[in-house]
Design a protein around this ligand. Structure first.
Ligand code: NHR
Ligand code: GAR
Length: 196
């Protein structure tokens, strides 16, 4: 059985899409894999309740608890790694996870760490992607699944989905259209990587 650990910070709808695919065995490839744990840096992340309801182990590692440390990001990432590694993951999946990870974290999970980003990379790395795409007058937007490297939102691209930008779009309506596509491509990439 292969183990997937998913990191979230919020609603966790991409996590839920992967959990549903795993629990119903509706992978794009023949696969014996489970979501072993869902870990959030925010105790209030709505996705934690979904994970618990689906029988998945959850944990909260609050990044704010490390604010007093001399190297708060390193200390947070070390605690996160210790929790993740108890689940012996074959793949670590960032799904709306909002903390930038240190080089030591990235190196520790080299080859098994992926993210979904709500833009057509290399356009719009970083935050507020939908507002920026609208400001630029983009006619298409989308999402990218990529490997996580030390350079933010710059790792190898594994999959993309494209949606049209409509004349009356707001950042919220565009985000919702992109999110429906994220839920389709992310479980597929997870299956591809674990089948390989
Ligand atoms: N870490 C590394 N090293 N490389 C990547 O490509 C990463 C990463 C961590 C997260 C997701 C990413 C996205 O899809 C991601 C990719 C958070 C921020 C950010 O600025 C930027 C990009 C992404 C996630 N975070 C702030 C920080 O100080 C906090 C923002 C907040 O809490 O709201 O870490 O877009
Ligand atoms: C998704 O659109 C994801 O691409 C994006 O946040 C949303 C999370 O939704 N990720 C980032 O912006 C990372 N910085 P979810 O929690 O419902 O999966």
């Amino acid at each position: 059985m292969k183990n997937i650990v998913i990191l979230i910070s919020g609603s966790g709808s991409n996590m839920a899409a992967i959990v549903r695919t795993a629990q119903t065995q509706q992978w794009a490839h023949r696969l014996n894999a489970q979501v072993s744990a869902v870990i959030s840096n925010k105790a209030e992340a709505a996705g934690l309740a979904f994970a618990k309801e689906h029988g998945i182990a959850t944990a909260v590692i609050d990044h704010k608890a490390f604010a007093g440390e001399p190297q708060p990001r390193e200390a947070f990432d070390a605690a996160l790694m210790a929790e993740i590694d108890t689940h012996q993951p074959d793949l670590v999946v960032l799904a709306g996870f909002m903390r930038i990870l240190t080089p030591s974290f990235v190196a520790h999970y080299a080859g098994r760490l992926i993210n979904i980003h709500p833009s057509l990379l290399p356009a719009f790395p970083g935050l507020n992607t939908h507002a920026r795409a609208l400001d630029m007058g983009c006619k298409f937007a989308g999402a990218t699944v990529h490997r996580v490297t030390t350079e933010l939102d710059h790792g190898d691209i594994l999959a993309q989905a494209v949606v049209p930008v409509l004349a009356d779009d707001t950042a919220d309506t565009l985000a919702a259209r992109v999110l429906t596509q994220e839920h389709l491509i992310y479980p597929k990439v997870v299956a591809q990587l674990l089948a390989a």
